[in-house]
Structures are given as C-alpha cells and as structure tokens.
Ligand binder design. Structure first.
Ligand code: IP8
Length: 268
C-alpha cells in the first residue's frame, strides 16, 4: 500500500508492440494510443501508474548502437542520447493523449531516477512518485536507457520497472497489455495449434518456459520470455497479474476494472 492512500496501486504496462508499429522504425500507432487513453480514462482507476515499452522507437536504436551489452566504446555515447530521446518522443505522445482525456499524467524519466547494477535495478528515487499518487497524478514511465554502476549504462525494460514498482509500492494488480491474447502454448502468430492459457501458476509456468517463443522482431529485452522472467518476482510477491491483448478494444478497460476478460491470469 502506498503510505497515505486508502486504495492499492494498479500498475499498467502498455507494450511497445501495441503503441507503435514494430515493423516500421519510429512509427507510433496513434489510433491505439488514443483508444487506450480513452479506455484508461473510462476505467477511472486510482492510484494508477503506467509504464510503456519501446517498440519501434527504443529497440532499433538501442540495437544499432549495441547498447544492451553496456558501455564498450565512445561511439555508443550518442546512441544512448538518441535512444533516450526517441523514448521521450514516444512518451510525450502517450502523456499528451492521456491529458487530452482528462487524466493528470506526468512523465517520469527512468534514466533520471534509476541506477542499475549489471542491468538490474539497484536504486530508484521513488519519493516524487509517492507524492504524485497522494495528489492524484498518474505517473507515466517507460523502458529506457539508464546508468549502470558496473557497465556504464544498461537498457531497463518496462517489464523490469513494472515488477519493481509493483513490489516496492505494494500494488494490488498488474495489467500487462500486449499484442496477443495472453500466454500461449506456442507462438500464436506462426503456430495454429498454439492454445491460449487462461490461468497459470508459477509452477506450471516453469514447465511451459521451453515452449514460449521469444519475439521475432527486434526486441533487445527478450519478448514474451523476458516478460515472464521479469513478472515472476511480482507474482511470487502475491500481486495478481493479468496479460491481455491491448490491441483489442476494451480488454485493458475490463482488466483495469477487474472484470472478466480474455487473457492470462498468473498466480502464485
Ligand atoms: O520495450 C525497452 O523497453 P521494453 C526500452 O519495455 C528500450 O522492453 C530503450 C529499448
């Protein structure tokens, strides 16, 4: 529970594959952003924190400069700046759309408040966030390049942020919006026999892991497998986690409201 608040926090992740066109560099999916802002506004859940992914903004640039292995040479310095800059551009579109729908959204830059150690969050200044919740703001964070105490810099995925925020702020629910209906027994985009899993425990997830596909397009933080790896600690912590298709109208709305919805519920 966030101190001073009577309700528990909801953490919403909007996948980069939904809010951007992952096949076309630096191309937002403005229609999806607009629809999702409307759904979030209609759901009227508070307190709420939003985290979005990089999609065709952060990932191709981070890959071009080889940022995922940390600092190797000075040619990457500009790459860090550009990756961060494109992420802020995407973030502005999301925040702008939320504000247009009357949500008091505020950008929070991970690169300015998180330090990682070998890619894992080592410290995060969360006092501004706590104050924002207390005052009714909706902070909007994103996967970002951040400074790393061992490797100079690192790529911090939105999923690692989601899990860490949810645990530190004792969230009630995590809603993860992706571009498929949830977790499948294979890759639903290429395998017609892949079956949607409506409910899974951590124990069952362990057996399924060899079947879960990594993402096919450029995703420097590991696609669906990476997502599961990051979400597990939050689920272990007892936080209800649901993966839904954010590309389908009303799924995010229903998940935020705690209504029955097509998706995958992951539980301890
Ligand atoms: O899309 C990665 O965030 P994600 C962000 O949540 C960058 O994995 C900078 C590639």
């Amino acid at each position: 529970m966030v101190r001073g608040l009577s309700a528990q926090l909801t953490v919403l992740k909007l996948g980069g594959s939904v809010i951007t066109d992952k096949e076309k560099p630096l191309t937002p999916n403005l229609a999806a952003i607009e629809r999702l802002a409307k759904e979030i506004s209609r759901a009227n859940v508070s307190p709420l924190v939003l985290v979005h992914g990089g999609g065709s903004f952060g990932h191709p640039v981070a890959e071009q400069y080889g940022l995922s292995e940390g600092y190797k040479d000075s040619s990457q310095i500009m790459g860090f700046s550009i990756t961060h800059q494109v992420m802020t551009k995407l973030n502005k579109l999301i925040v702008g759309s939320l504000i247009n729908h009357n949500i008091p959204a505020v950008e929070v830059q991970p690169s300015s408040c998180v330090v990682t150690k070998a890619g894992r969050i080592q410290s995060m200044e969360d006092r501004p966030l706590r104050k924002m919740f207390e005052m009714g703001f909706v902070p909007v964070l994103y996967g970002d390049v951040v400074f790393d105490s061992e490797n100079g810099f690192a790529i911090l995925s939105g999923d690692q942020l989601v899990s860490s925020l949810a645990m530190n702020l004792d969230a009630r629910r995590i809603v993860v919006g992706v571009d498929v209906n949830g977790l499948y027994t294979g890759d639903p985009k290429t395998d017609s026999l892949a079956r949607l899993i409506r409910h899974i425990t951590l124990e069952e997830l362990k057996n399924l892991e060899p079947l879960i596909e990594g993402s096919k397009v450029t995703d420097v933080t590991g696609g669906m497998l990476g997502k599961m790896f990051e979400l597990k600690p939050a689920v272990e912590h007892g936080i209800q986690t649901i993966i839904v298709n954010a590309a389908e109208p009303n799924r995010v709305y229903k998940a935020l409201k705690g209504e029955k919805v097509v998706g995958t519920v992951i539980e301890r």
